[in-house]
Design a protein around this ligand. Structure first.
Ligand code: CIR
Length: 259
């Protein structure tokens, strides 16, 4: 049987700013960033999805926002609800403006985190109907509370997770297609908050994007994690994101997957 992949999955992305090297840093030391390499890595990352039949929606470049490429932090999708965030990093607040029309164009209901709440998408990990919300320097109690008010009536369970060793919750943990939470132990405050937890051997291995029930996308910088996940029967695709990892980014934060 021949099946054609309908473009019912849309990838929201924004090209890297020429000022990427000036992006925010919280836990890492600043090191030189190769802007040309970053642009090439970004294009390769987008191609992974394009080749799989995803529709790609490219947001306008936001050259004045060094961290604008990390679109995951600005919007989070829950079923038919799109939540525009309010970044905790002041330098990132302006990224929301250009995301507003994109959120509206999804045709879904749009809600927005408002002052004094702050919340960044990197702090939201969805596992089944549970939304784990990292409490970090970027996502405050009020932001988490506003999200809870939006999600609980829609049948979501909201679990707040203290995060002190990583920028975002999803810098420390993400989830495999079967819901197993994976993380790099030195970055995880308390793995027992998750129903299941699998330790991976590299910090770069904590972030996976679920491409389908049997396939994940992982940083090229995590060969040990790739081997571990393959042993579990997963197909692992890898892509280089070293220039974004220097800015505390990863494979999840370079896009928002609308499906
Ligand atoms: C920041 O500190 O905001 C950026 N340099 C990195 C954001 C990474 N976002 C993410 O993992 N969701």
């Amino acid at each position: 049987m021949v099946t054609t992949e309908p473009a019912h999955r849309t990838l929201l992305v924004r090209p890297p700013s020429p000022a990427l090297a000036d992006g925010e840093l919280t836990h890492l030391e600043r090191v030189p960033v190769d802007a040309a390499l970053a642009a090439a890595q970004w294009a390769r990352y987008v191609d992974v999805f394009r080749d799989l039949g995803w529709a790609v929606h490219e947001l306008p470049a936001a050259d004045q926002h060094p961290d604008g490429v990390f679109v995951e932090d600005t919007v989070v999708v829950f079923d038919d609800l799109v939540v525009l965030t309010r970044p905790g990093a002041l330098s990132r607040r302006g990224e929301i403006e250009s995301m507003r029309p994109v959120a509206a164009a999804t045709g879904r209901e749009v809600a927005e985190i408002t002052e004094p709440g702050t919340l960044e998408g990197g702090d939201i990990l969805k596992v089944g109907r549970t939304a784990y919300v990292g409490r970090t320097l970027r996502t405050n109690a009020e932001g988490a509370a506003q999200l809870r008010v939006l999600l609980e009536p829609r049948g979501w369970t909201v679990v707040e997770v203290p995060v002190t060793k990583a920028l975002h919750l999803k810098t420390a943990v993400t989830a495999l297609p079967d819901g197993t939470v994976i993380g790099y132990p030195p970055l995880v405050d308390d793995p027992s908050v998750f129903e299941t937890f699998l330790a991976v051997p590299e910090a770069e291995g904590t972030a996976v994007v679920v491409l389908d029930q049997g396939t994940v996308l992982l940083s090229e910088g995590a060969p040990g994690t790739a081997a571990l996940l393959r042993e579990r029967g997963l197909t692992v695709r890898t892509t280089p994101v070293s220039e974004f990892e220097k800015l505390e980014g990863c494979v999840t934060c370079l896009s928002v997957r609308v499906r």
